[in-house]
Design a protein around this ligand. Structure first.
Ligand SMILES: NC(=O)c1ccc[n+]([C@@H]2O[C@H](COP(=O)([O-])OP(=O)(O)OC[C@H]3O[C@@H](n4cnc5c(N)ncnc54)[C@H](OP(=O)(O)O)[C@@H]3O)[C@@H](O)[C@H]2O)c1
Length: 290
């Protein structure tokens, strides 16, 4: 029976440590770290994520500078806003909450963010730094996965890792991070033939797919470490909504060695890495060594 990779517990511990660091740094520098989360439109899940991020910022002592803008806000207005935040010395991190309304070009907006304030690590400069193995801001969800594996002393070196999903947000950067940690990495996606044959080779199986419980026990190697990034909302017969992952948790847990729950696995780690990134760029910008 697999043990749990408890992202919720690690996130709570990291947030306590960040709160202490921020208190000490705030007293020394005279201002707290600042994060601007920009949300456009009324996507309900995004609104909940943004509220969660702002609550977490307040808890650890990071100042919030974000804003919620109407769906019809223009590209030019948002670009101006990002430029102003780039110039604002109180702001160390800027994040554009995705998805954006259809008339907006998300990539063009992300490219406007000062790479040294790119709290989500999605600017081409930071993705390039990741490819080259240079220090830089790393995407929050993949960084959260790596931090969780590290916490449980799961050494990925030399192991077969299968990454299902190749998005720029999760799959691609996470595959690169696993590679940097010396795993042998295979990336699978929607066009992969015989997905089960690939996933069964995995000592470490990571899923970022967005398909309800697609991964069933016959697709998992006994003893594998299973990290489920997927967050899917389902409604049961009584009309009650709950979250499930890409992995069929109840049937896969008995054959895996480690597994992340959904919720309580990677979700809390993602928010915590956002706070971590904001504090990291605050230190970098002020030349404060850790
Ligand atoms: N825990 C967190 O904090 C967190 C953060 C971000 C995302 N997520 C969740 O993670 C999931 C993925 O997010 P994302 O942004 O990476 O999504 P995405 O951009 O939609 O990418 C999904 C990936 O899964 C692949 N895929 C889709 N159906 C597949 C199938 N039947 N077999 C194999 N591969 C398949 C796609 O392949 P193609 O490239 O061929 O289309 C794509 O590469 C979602 O559930 C999202 O909510 C969670």
């Amino acid at each position: 029976m697999a043990s749990l990779l408890d992202g919720k517990a690690l996130a709570a511990q990291m947030q306590t440590e960040l709160t202490e660091q921020v208190q000490a740094l705030h007293a020394k520098v005279g201002r707290p770290p600042g994060l601007a989360v920009l949300m456009v439109g009324d996507h309900p899940a995004s609104a909940a994520y943004v509220r969660g991020k702002e609550r977490s910022c307040a808890k650890v002592g990071i100042a919030s500078f974000g804003g919620h803008f109407p769906a019809e806000t223009s590209q030019a207005e948002l670009e101006q806003l990002i430029q102003a935040l780039n110039q604002d010395d109180r702001v160390d991190g800027i994040l554009v909450q995705l998805p954006l309304p259809d008339h907006l070009d998300a990539v063009a907006l992300l490219n406007q963010i000062d790479p040294n304030k790119d709290a989500d690590g999605l600017h081409p400069m930071n993705l390039g730094r990741l490819v080259r193995g240079e220090p830089g801001l790393r995407s929050c969800t993949p960084a959260g996965v790596m931090r969780l594996l590290e916490e449980y002393q799961i050494d990925v070196k030399g192991k077969q890792a299968v990454m299902v999903g190749r998005s720029i947000l999760v799959g691609k950067p996470l595959a690169l991070m696993l590679l940097a940690a010396d795993a042998t990495v295979t990336i699978a996606h929607s066009r992969t033939l015989d997905l089960g044959a690939i996933t069964r080779t995995a000592d470490i199986l990571v899923t970022a797919i967005g398909r309800i419980e697609l991964i069933t026990p016959e697709m998992v190697k006994p003893g594998a470490i299973v990290v489920d990034v997927g967050i899917n909302r389902i409604t049961d017969g009584a009309g009650k909504a709950r979250l499930v992952g890409d992995v069929q948790f109840e049937t896969v847990q008995p054959i895996a060695s480690w597994i992340t729950p959904v919720p309580g696995g990677i979700g809390p780690m993602t928010v915590t890495m956002l706070l971590h990134n904001t504090v990291w760029s605050y230190r970098q910008r002020l030349n404060l060594t850790p």
